[in-house]
Design a protein around this ligand. Structure first.
Ligand code: ADP
Ligand code: ADP
Length: 226
């Protein structure tokens, strides 16, 4: 069975707008799936429903064999990274990464181990005492990734995580995220409007338009298709 299954997923917002219409996607364990399409096509809404940040109007969502439609975000085995990083400005890099684990009352030495491991993977070892305002854009984005990594989620959700970075950094971070996916061996679901990002990072690409799925294929097949 696939790791994440969207079965006839629909979203109508309170104003009656149908943002997502009958979406079916089967995402395999450890797969890197990119949702791509123009602004307003329903990518974020879809991701936010997977995260539990938005109610599902109709359909079924499974994460790791479990129907999660009515499960709290914190009890779904997921972590989400946002475009605007959403770091706590008054906390150090270390405490930003430790935050969710402290909330979960994880023992301190275990927190310490997890944060240091993540910091090593992301090359943040030397920045643990800094506050977010003393970091570059790329470093902030790595802290945001670090906060997600320490939780060992089965599924990583990312919503346009690179769109606030300049072009050069974006290219570098693409490579970093691809490497991260390989080294963590977890499922990634990544939203972008940038076709280059989709083509270079995805195992499979989901092309959305006007709330529907137009195509699901490997980058190669999408490149080859007329
Ligand atoms: P994307 O991520 O592809 O840019 P979104 O999922 O953010 O698209 O939005 C899909 C559509 O739903 C857009 O037309 C947007 O205006 C609309 N939408 C998003 N949030 C709301 C909301 N809270 N209420 C009504 N419409 C919304
Ligand atoms: P709290 O503020 O919740 O009491 P502490 O600040 O005492 O937590 O930190 C708990 C552990 O985390 C310490 O044993 C320490 O090793 C580690 N730690 C905290 N801040 C840093 C940091 N900036 N760099 C490296 N390790 C840190």
């Amino acid at each position: 069975m696939a790791e994440v299954i969207l079965k006839n997923i629909c979203k109508s917002y309170d104003n009656g707008f149908n943002a997502v219409k009958n979406v079916n996607i089967n995402i395999e364990d450890k797969e890197f799936v990119v949702l791509v399409g123009p602004s307003g096509c329903g990518k974020s809404t879809t991701l936010r429903m997977i995260a539990g940040l938005e109610d599902i109007s109709d359909g079924e969502l499974y994460i790791g064999d479990k129907l999660v439609n009515d499960i709290d975000p914190k009890d779904r085995d997921i972590a989400m990274v946002f475009q605007n990083y959403a770091l706590y400005p008054h906390l150090s890099v270390y405490d930003n990464m430790a935050f969710a684990l402290k909330l979960r009352k994880m023992p301190k030495d275990e927190i310490n181990k997890k944060v240091k491991e993540a910091a090593k993977i992301l090359d943040l070892d030397h920045l643990l005492d800094r506050k977010p305002k003393a970091l570059s854009g790329g470093q902030r984005q790595r802290v945001a990734l670090g906060r997600a990594i320490v939780r060992n989620p089965k599924v990583f959700l990312m919503d346009e995580p690179l769109s606030n970075l300049d072009a050069k950094l974006r290219t570098a971070m693409r490579t970093e995220i691809t490497k991260l996916h390989k080294s963590l061996g977890t499922t990634f679901i990544y939203v972008t409007h940038d076709q280059v990002e989709a083509m270079t990072m995805a195992d499979r690409i989901v092309v959305m338009k006007d709330g529907i799925v137009q195509q699901i294929d490997t980058p190669q097949d999408i490149y080859d298709s007329p």
